[in-house]
Design a protein around this ligand. Sequence first.
Ligand code: HSE
Length: 432
Amino acid sequence: MKKTEVAIVGLGTVGSGVARLLLDHGDRTARHAGRTLWLSHVVVRDIAKSRDAQLPEGLLTDDLNRVIKDPNVKVVAQLIGGIEPARSIMLQLLEGGKDIVTANKALLAEHGPELFDRARQLGRSIAFEASVAGGIPIITNISQCLSANQVTSLRGILNGTSNFVVTRMDQDNLPYEKAIARAQQLGFAETDPIHDVDGSDSTQKLAILAHLGFGARIRWNDIPCRGIDTLDKADMNYARQLGYRIKLIAFALYTENGLQLIVTPMLVEIGKPLAEVRENFNAISVMGDAVGPVFFHGQGAGRMPTASAIVADMIDTAVGRTALTFETLELWSDGVPRVEMADPGDLSGQFYLRFNVRDEPGVLGQLAGILGENEISIASVFQHTSDMQNDDIVPVVIMTRATLEKNASNAVIEIEKLSCVVAGTERLRILE
Ligand code: HSE
């Protein structure tokens, strides 16, 4: 049996899962790669730190050079989070002739072009299946298995922390603060979960998928983004009464004017697959012009789901298969027409609008007037009983017909200027 020597840099949650799969299940790598992946080094910052992972004697080192200088090591799982020193270590490993496997989407979102270009110059590859939706094999599917298609749309729940929180807000009627505290107690949210709940983690993942699926080289922070941290549980209730759940959706739509991209909480009709994605799970619905709709569902984070994607990438790298995905990125930048980002204001869709208004004559007429002036047709109106301290203020929910983002935004700005409207308006897209 042939042997490919590999190394792990970083033995945190994911690193220890990768070590476990490599050490305990070598038969699987042998079956799929036709060779053994032999774990030669595990690099950590602090050797003395106590860890759950039981490693054979001599594997652990705090010296990165042991990996770089070992000519037998071909593939390195670089599992350090954050930007630095992860970026410098990745560059050193590439210079040392190693192919890289990583889950670090923040690093790729910030420094992908630099790292990919350097890897290409050096004839190396970077595999990143685990960087989007953890255990769900979406990178390989979108760049290889669906390559006969023009991908026309993509809708994803790409952040497990956010999905756990909105599930708890919806099912247990918890306010955001209590739901995030429960997520933290159960290990589904970091101590500082800001990048998960403010939408930036999903936006970075969407930028990677947009590059692979549509050839759109978009900076992640150019994508309009809103997270779940400002949601009110009252809207979960009102939406449910109308037949919807609120989910953080990463959305991409291919149009003749370019690619529409947005990350934002949306109303998803109960019964549609994305509405049924619960707890910490992720899912992605992809539409291809030949294949039609394809749906992926699974765990987007955690030790073993992420390790599953990392080890699969290590196997694919050992046999040369990840090079295909890596080349897809290059092809898009080499003469193939690029897809540009469309004007976000032109994204069409239906909206859920909730205004807190004074309960007095003529209020609905004023709201309807402004919506009409902005070419927005009303589909339905519901006035709920007040759940506020002041009984004279009531929530009014208006569901609209399809309109443009800019019209909905302008209308809300105008309506909020009315003296009969008090603070706390909500405006959410409805997923079509
Ligand atoms: N923290 C992310 C999540 C996983 O909650 O889904 C890594 O991007």
